[in-house]
Design a protein around this ligand. Sequence first.
Ligand code: BGC
Length: 862
Amino acid sequence: MPWPAAPIASRERVAVRVRVRDTAGGWTDWSPAAHAEGGLFDTGDWTARFVSPRGLGGADAPAPLLRGRLDVPGEVTRARLYVTSHGLHRAELNGQRVGDDELAPGWTSYPNRLRYRAYDVTGLIAEGENVLDVALGNGWFRGRLGFRGGRALYGDRLALLAQLEVTTADGRTHVLATDGTWTAGETDVVANDNYDGQRTDLRRPARPAATDPVDVLDADLDRLVAPDGPPVRVTEVLPAVAVTTSPAGKTLIDFGQNLVGWVRLRVRGLPAGTEVTVRHAEVLEDGELGVRPLKTAKATDAYVLAGPDEVTLEPVFTFHGFRYAEISGVAELRAEDVEGVVVGTDLRRTGWFESSHDLLNRFHDNVVWSARGNFLDVPTDCPQRDERLGWTGDIQVFAPTATFLFDAAGFLTSWLADLAAEQHADGSVPFVIPDVLHTERPAAAAWGDAATVVPWVLYQRTGDAGILERQLPSMRAWVDCLAALAGKDSLWTGGFQFGDWLDPTAPPEAPAAAKADPDVIATAHLARSAEIVASAAAVLGDRDTERHYTDLAARTREAFAREYVTAGGLVISDAQTVYALALEWALLPGERERAGAGRRLADLVRTSGFRISTGFVGTPLIADALTSAGAVDVAHRLLLQTGVPSWLYAVTMGATTVWERWDSMLPDGRINPGEMTSFNHYALGAVADWLHRTVAGLAPGAPGYRRLVVRPLPGPVLTSASARHLTPYGEAAVRWQRADGRFTLALRVPVGSTATVHLPDGSDAVEVGHGDHEFACADPYPKSPELPGDPTVRDVLDHAPTWAAVAAAAVELGAVADDREAAGRAVPYLDAPARELADAIAPPIISPHADTFRARLAALLG
Ligand code: BGC
């Protein structure tokens, strides 16, 4: 709900308590108070000015430190530090760290929005002289940024804006604000960069004398904004699980988990001048660090020691994506002296999933870890190579999963504000936000659609219409841009598209070369985004806008059907992704086309040997599309596949995060030869949303989970699954089990919410209110499914054990290389009697194995 009281003034502190009236008219007690405090909302609240060291602190010079002093004449009752910077900052008051956030002020569209933060520093200030030291690092502002080798994209001078306000017992306020009286020095951080790492020379003072002058910069304060979400923090510290020696004699540390952050290391007994180096990588290749996927990022932290005393080494102005570290310079390293420090935006965890299937559970953990690693102030594609950018397409597909797993509303709200700020005048949306690529007219389907989809997902999952109100102009502008590109025939064709990026059949060096036609994908997205804008306008009560975009969506759908759909429901390019789009986004004109498309989609999945065949666009939709086409068992088969490519293949290869490519690591343990090969990319993990909504069965039925739709679809393999989500109303939870011929379901509905429950026996839906509920029905899969009498080829493919035996026989005879090839050969025979699989797999006219295989098949079919 909107803020119910007068707007909070700058520095004003308020307490919020709530109570609730029940239906009988009685009131509950007041809740405990939650506190909020106004930051500095007006430019006029700032007396501080940006200051930058003069003469030192250059791009290749040691990280500078700026110092100011404040004399406090009396007992301190309240103290606040308001601070931001060009570049990263880390503040200390009287030698004590201020706050616990890392890599502040994070990354926003600096020319438009620069975030400051307020810290309660009452406990760090004392009567008398106080010293405020702030070290500055290059970070996103001045370090390397983007895969084109750019550096200092936002400016070449680091600068600080800080205002310390101290109130004493006599009611007076004493202010220390950055100005020309501040001084500067050089720290022991002699080089620092997000991609390349940090070099620290401990022989130099960390807190230098700081006697150099500063310049006051003429920098705009109008772009200062308060944070919308939590900052980046250390969220976990992992022990090293193994210290080993590589074939080349290097000391390797394994943290057992691909993580984002840095290595913390304790050393002792080493002479002054010793150099300790920490290199990072996500995987090993031939037993050594596999650094090729990092591209030009050096990802190396180095320390020059000051002497034999024990010291803890860790960087402050960089981060890495890694599971393994190679450490040199320390003889006889002990595992207990090494830790993996995990950093990321400190989002509250709100969603959980578990099932009876261990590999699936690990996959879900991997999705969570990829979100943690890539939610580092900006939703990024990957955290390790010379990229780490806010790719719009990646979060567009991942937003539903993200908002279930984490309270990501504030985090994404900030990013959407950047998106709106950087959107071009013609409505086109940069491929990455904050934009560092500066493409001329960036309009790519599924990428720019982040402008409409992400706010809509946030509204669906939180019920907060404020996000729609703020984003509507941006949402409209994007759709208007597409409508203009589509022109009179309502078809968005031609031009640059990423398309179904990383379709598994695209060659490693051509990730956009997908089976799905990019024009078909583009027009589908226009229809979808127009529909979203219409729905958003409806929520906001803006009828004219609603009508305008409803019409546009309808025209686009008609054009799509006219141009790309046959009467029988085939969709142009006949790839799984186009069927998934058409089915999920209502792009098929009638029942006949819907049924045909659904059948075709399921058959394409079968004849791909139940291997995944979709890229970024189709992957988040394929399981839902199969479900709505009535082929939920096929969806489960695809989900639980472990052969390459599949969601679980990576898990069988030891993955602890979701990979960028279906085969970032090849079955033989080599790294995919493609130029971009990350092992930590969340996009293909977007199927987790289907796990939550459909496998466990916990879906939002109305914005903010005001109503839940509980419709678990278990599939024949899983015997239990559960999901839990902290909705805006409180905890909702579903847990089901299949045992002894019964399906049992336990459901928790939070106060203020209701649930519509559909049991998998197809019985009528039941409506329930808040509280704990239990349901039971017959197990929809009471015994192992049997092959039907007079089976067709399709029936054989659908019966996993029979198909496995048939395919194994074909492989053994050398008729095919694997089960996938066997399935592919079945395409023209799906409706034929099962025995015709012999003709399909080993055709008598060309195959030397025809007779043997026919006999084997007959035996298998019984
Ligand atoms: C990124 C992707 C991104 C893509 C654009 C890659 O380099 O890592 O995740 O969406 O470029 O297609």
